[in-house]
Structure formats: structure tokens, C-alpha cells
Design a protein around this ligand. Sequence first.
Ligand SMILES: [Zn+2]
Length: 185
Amino acid sequence: MSDVYADPSDPGPATPDTSDWTWVVSRPCPDCGLDPDDVRPDGVTEILLDAKSRYAAVLARSDVRARPSAGVWSPLEYSAHARDVCDVMRGRLEQILDGDGAAVRFANWDQDATAVEKAYWRADPDVLRGELEAAFDAAAEAFARPTGEQLSWSGIRSDGSTFTAQTLGRYFVHDVLHHLWDVRG
Ligand SMILES: [Zn+2]
């Protein structure tokens, strides 16, 4: 193994989340309470900009590195994940729009492998905050673009799950809001 585990105070990877979360585009989440029917396509941008501010506040906490229990991401790690989710979802939306109505295929994204590769737990909160704000701004701008029939254009994930531009927005919004619920942000 690499030197990732060389420091005994270094928590290393958290427990991977292997759940299938695709149901969140059609049913309310019993945990964070988000009802996907409340996420209108023209409201995604506003939700993302609000979430950006809340994550920025989370990153200012003094205990941002503390994991609530063994194997569970700290607020720092959830924030690093949210930054990367913004980039991945923005990229997938741009792919759908570039497809001009033809279904596109998304590249696989392994979020737990990404967390380990980037060693989320070692992130500098101040640096991460700047990256996260830029990622949320870019995603908010992108999700303001699709209108009309573009909202039904689709992309297929490597596991076979299909998203339209609209349901991708719902899935994305749920992900960032659910993790704010995770960190009580
Ligand atoms: Zn949720």
C-alpha cells in the first residue's frame, strides 16, 4: 500500500456507500426530507447557491475534521465529496446537452475510490472552500441552461440507470442537500 496509512493519526478511507440512491428522483427521502417534486428545473440553481453557502459555513467549523463515528465521513470529507459531485453532475449535464437529444453514456464515477485517491480527510478547509464555491457556481450556472424539451434529453449511467436533464438535477440537488443533513449543515 501507499503511504496513505503511514500516519497513525490519519483516519484513512471511510466505509464505502454501496446503496443505490436513484429512487430519490421519484420519492421523498425519509432521512433529509427532500421531496423531489418540490425541485423544479428552474429552481435548481437557487438551491445550489444556497447549499454552497451552507457548505462554506460547515468548512469554517473548528471540528470540521472530526468523524462522527468510525467509518463515517467527517464534514470536511462530505464537503470534498460535494465539490466533486458538482463537477461530475455539471459534466454529465453538459454531456446530455451536447448530445442534442441523443441519449449519451456517462463514464463511471467511483465516489469512494475518488475519496481515497484524493485523500479527502487531508484536505485544507480553506483551500477546499474556494474550490467548493467555484464548483457550486459552475454547476449552478450549468443547471440554469436546460429548458423545454432539453429537460427530457437523457444520459445512461454505467450501471444502466437513466437520467434526464431534469432528473439529473433532482438527483444532484438531493445529494448535496442530503449530505448537509448528514453534517447538520
Ligand atoms: Zn436524503
